[in-house]
Design a protein around this ligand. Structure first.
Ligand code: SF4
Ligand code: SF4
Length: 268
């Protein structure tokens, strides 16, 4: 039955399962020290894994090399490139669901993708090194949705979630409102722009993207078979025309375009 489903539906099932596993609270005692290959907030009451970008900032602050983190990211990247963005990341899934809201989607210039490298080197490495604070995590919309808002709502109803800070209301201030505004902006943008956070902001996507050109999982093109290039871009969750560059760092390897003539996937 699973084989008869469209790639998009199969991918949705995998994404939902991955989001559930990543937030399986009962696994946290065994796995919370391990970074997962997706953007999932460590502070989320249900999180079973560490956030790779949170870990990266921690090591930047203490001035140490994150060998385990780099090993996990390099292994995942070398095997499948940015596939985790297409199939495993809960925040990627969240944006895909927002994109299903029927509104015209805007095409934005591709140079905005450099924002991912600014986030990675600027906000997630250099700023934490200089300030001693994990500024990407402080502003991260995934963290606001998975931890900040649930903790405040639980506090309002006098509930206590795992890991909830004792003085939760004392933490509500200008930074919290800034996070809310940024998160609301990303959510609104994701209705009109396909995966804006993944394409223009996410530092983890920047890391995985560099492996797309060399990973074992790759897309191959047969230029002689191309017929309707526009359709390839239409099915793409990141609004990419893969026929121009099969190794593009922007591709999240969802493989929805392999049904286009001339586009296929290969492993090895
Ligand atoms: S780029 Fe998107 S899918 Fe990939 S890790 Fe970041 S938020 Fe998740
Ligand atoms: S180019 Fe193809 S494989 Fe890459 S994200 Fe777009 S549809 Fe998915």
């Amino acid at each position: 039955m699973f084989n008869k489903l469209t790639i998009q539906t199969r991918r949705l099932y995998v994404q939902l399962a991955a989001a559930a596993v990543t937030n399986s609270y009962f696994l946290a005692p065994y796995l919370k020290h391990l970074p997962c290959p997706s953007l999932n907030c460590y502070a989320c009451p249900l999180a079973a894994f560490a956030c790779p970008i949170g870990s990266l900032q921690h090591f930047a602050i203490v001035g140490a090399v994150p060998f385990l983190l780099l090993g996990i990211l390099f292994l995942a990247g070398a095997l499948v490139g940015r596939w985790a963005c297409g199939y495993l990341c809960p925040f990627g899934l969240f944006q895909d669901l927002l994109a299903r809201i029927r509104r015209p989607k805007l095409a934005l210039p591709s140079w905005l993708g450099w924002g991912r490298y600014l986030s990675l080197f600027g906000v997630a490495i250099i700023v934490p090194m200089l300030t001693g604070e994990p500024w990407f995590s402080k502003l991260c919309p995934a963290g606001t949705l998975e931890a900040g808002i649930p903790y405040v709502v639980a506090g309002f109803f006098k509930l206590k979630l795992p890991g909830q800070p004792a003085q939760i209301f004392a933490m509500i201030g200008p930074l919290f409102y800034l996070k809310l505004a940024l998160t609301a902006g990303i959510i609104a943008a994701a209705v009109f722009i396909k995966r804006p956070f993944c394409r223009f902001i996410c530092p983890l996507g920047a890391i995985f993207g560099v492996f797309n050109r060399v990973s074992l999982l790759r897309i191959t093109l047969d230029h002689g078979k191309f017929s309707d290039k526009a359709d390839c871009r239409k099915v793409c969750p990141v609004d990419l025309d893969i026929t121009k560059d099969a190794g593009s760092a922007k591709c999240v390897r969802c493989m929805q375009c392999v049904k286009c003539p001339g586009v296929s996937q290969r492993f090895g």
